[in-house]
Design a protein around this ligand. Sequence first.
Ligand code: AMP
Ligand code: MG
Length: 340
Amino acid sequence: MSLYAHERRIAELAVERACKLTSIVSGSQQKDSVSKSDHSPVTVADFGAQAVIIGALQTVFPEDPVVGEEDSSILRKDDGLRDHVWRLVQEASGFDTYQTEIGQVESEKKVLDYIDWGRFEGGKVKRMWALDPVDGTKGFLRGGQFAVCLALIVDSKVVVGVIGCPNLLVDPADESSGSGMIFSAVIGEGAFSRPLASPIDSAVPISMRSLTDPSTASFCESVEAGHSSHGQQAKIAQSLGITKPSVRMDSQAKYASIARGDGDIYLRLPVSATYEEKIWDHASGNLLVAEAGGMVTDMYGNPLDFSQGRTLKKNKGIVAASKVIQPKVLEAVQKVLHES
Ligand code: AMP
Ligand code: MG
């Protein structure tokens, strides 16, 4: 019996329920988005998904702190938005049969309380969860890729990672295969995937492509030029001899895609010297790729340090690839950094 089997199951049920909530929002054409103080968009789906997931965690693991992206300050001031989120939360939980395991969000007040349980400051603690309820909100608004991401961090190490990708094709080579995938990993036990519509015990192992020559690699990066340096990434690809154009997609769907072998390399070179990557943007993806035979480091080759609070302040940039080619990619990163 796996050490974290229960945590993984609860995380998957919670992420699945949150993915249903995002699908309700996508289908309704009423995405209700507002701007946060840093001018990034947040939608009813971000708030609803955070409430649903923390509600599940509070039901099963009431002691566990959560570092979540959102807080309720905007909702407390906006009755219409709050009401919309509450209706969504009820609708999403009404669809599933998980109540006995992960409970239900009981009231509008609980929606706000659960969202704010995600304000934990992080750091060196025994156990905490990192949650990005809708990673890639810009992708979600565009109808592109986004991901619901939940990870358990124990003693500063990610030990469980779950990523739900409602818009990711089941079979990337077949447009008619339908969309909606969920990925999960437990430390030391491999990485798995299944369609969101399939039962939890139907997940199959996934692994990265075993590539030895990086020039044949396919690499992915953010859609948003404001999130990573497309220019430097193009130079790194060129220095590796890669001729294929990059695959651009939002969110941790990038980690999931390389983990299952759709692509080989994920590059995220900073555009700003002061931006600190958030732990919820990398915790799940980091474990998924590692468990699928890959390696994730920052642009200097250091492992990601999840013990520094809500951000990865000790790290800059992300370089993810299979174990065999990751050192070669890092070399190319260093070369391009020295030239610029
Ligand atoms: P992606 O979809 O991979 O571009 O990543 C989306 C994430 O980028 C969001 O969840 C934000 O937390 C994060 N983000 C916002 N601003 C920046 C920035 N200047 N540099 C890197 N990441 C950012
Ligand atoms: Mg995010």
